[in-house]
Design a protein around this ligand. Structure first.
Ligand SMILES: NC(=O)c1ccc[n+]([C@@H]2O[C@H](COP(=O)([O-])OP(=O)(O)OC[C@H]3O[C@@H](n4cnc5c(N)ncnc54)[C@H](OP(=O)(O)O)[C@@H]3O)[C@@H](O)[C@H]2O)c1
Length: 329
């Protein structure tokens, strides 16, 4: 720790969905207080979001994850915590980041997970990549914390016939996995930072996995709730267990490259399988895998209730994700 009262934290990915939530959480945190540096590619250091953080006291450092490791290590020297919220297509670049953290003597590295609870290998292609990074961290004996958060509230709701909540929905149609009766853990994307700020300043979470989720719901509960609150009837497009199994088999037979249209078309079957059919994304399974639960560590910390999120969506006040992104062409 560089000063008596502040932990020095570096965050990579602060312009992204997860990273911007983490930045807001770090800025708002008082216990502990953080001295924050945003790590960004040289081409991104002047993005408006980063300039805005700069006004709030955040330092900005340009990094090149493909550049010389000693230059990266020099930038990371004396940081207590380095958090990565890198995008899904760039996850493997964290090997260089982890190596540089090790060389710099960083106190704790938080690789980019921030997702659902999934078995370590063989179920979800994105988790497989994240586990490769986690294995690398362990191989080089780098202090770490793994944080997972469940499924974002912000990608759960179906369209309403009136179109009034389209602004808050991702640019693809929702489907119900199987019968829609499997509970899955959910968190508002805006709360990821509040959880993360608490977890990375806590000595109890060093070299541990933490599951920070807010609520458990089934898809049928979500569809019933939005119908009740809106007074509108939604289309219930169920994908059968057989079709999910077929999609999973196709995904397994295909070498999926993250970020390609094929990836988005097939990886969704793996998600439906893990959280909709297998029911992996639940606290009991997380505990079985060795996770600590944020609800146990911080009973005072309450995420936004799902009901409140729905009301904000209907009132036109919600945060929509993936704006301007096309997934399937
Ligand atoms: N739980 C869920 O439901 C859920 C949903 C979606 C995603 N996720 C997870 O959340 C994580 C982050 O995804 P996201 O959607 O939040 O990411 P995102 O919005 O795509 O943001 C990616 C960030 O990474 C930065 N970045 C990419 N390559 C970089 C590089 N080489 N050097 C420095 N910075 C780089 C980008 O910076 P630039 O400004 O330079 O582009 C951007 O800030 C992923 O692990 C994903 O699996 C979870």
């Amino acid at each position: 720790m560089s000063s008596a009262s502040k932990l020095r934290v570096a965050l990579l990915g602060a312009t992204g969905e997860t990273g911007s939530s983490i930045m807001r959480g770090l800025l708002a945190s008082t216990q502990p207080h953080y001295e924050i540096t945003a790590l960004a590619r040289a081409a991104s250091v002047n993005k408006p979001a980063l300039l805005e953080y700069k006004k709030q006291g955040v330092q900005i450092a340009a990094v090149d994850l493909d550049g010389p490791e000693d230059a990266l290590a020099a930038t990371l020297k004396d940081f207590d915590v380095v958090i990565s919220a890198i995008g899904p297509a760039e996850l493997m670049q964290q090997v260089q980041l982890a190596n540089a953290c090790k060389a710099a003597g960083v106190g704790r590295f938080v690789p980019c997970c921030f997702a659902t609870i999934v078995p370590p290998k063989g179920i979800l292609v994105l988790r497989d990549i994240k586990e490769d990074i986690i294995n690398h961290i362990k191989k080089i004996y780098l202090p770490y914390t793994i944080i997972d958060v469940g499924w974002w509230y912000n990608t759960t709701l179906p369209r309403l016939p009136s179109g009034k909540i389209d602004y808050a929905l991702p640019p693809y149609e929702q489907s119900i996995a199987g019968e829609g009766t499997t509970p899955y853990a959910l968190t508002d994307v805006g709360d990821i930072g509040i959880y993360t700020a608490r977890i990375v300043g806590d000595p109890r979470t060093l070299n541990k996995y933490v599951f920070a989720y807010t609520e458990l719901k089934t898809q049928l509960e979500i569809y019933d709730l939005i119908e009740k609150l809106s007074g509108e009837k939604v289309v219930r497009n169920h994908v059968s267990r057989e079709d999910i199994a077929g999609g999973v088999a196709k995904a397994e037979a295909t070498k999926l490259v993250v970020g390609t249209p094929e990836f988005y078309q097939l990886a969704i079957f793996q998600y439906w399988n893990t959280w909709g059919v297998r029911g992996d994304n639940q606290p009991e399974y997380a505990k079985y895998l060795g996770y600590l639960l944020a609800k146990d560590l911080y009973p005072d910390l309450q995420g936004k209730p799902y009901l409140q999120y729905c009301q904000e969506v209907l009132d036109g006040r919600a945060h929509g994700v993936y704006k301007g992104i096309t997934f399937f062409e």
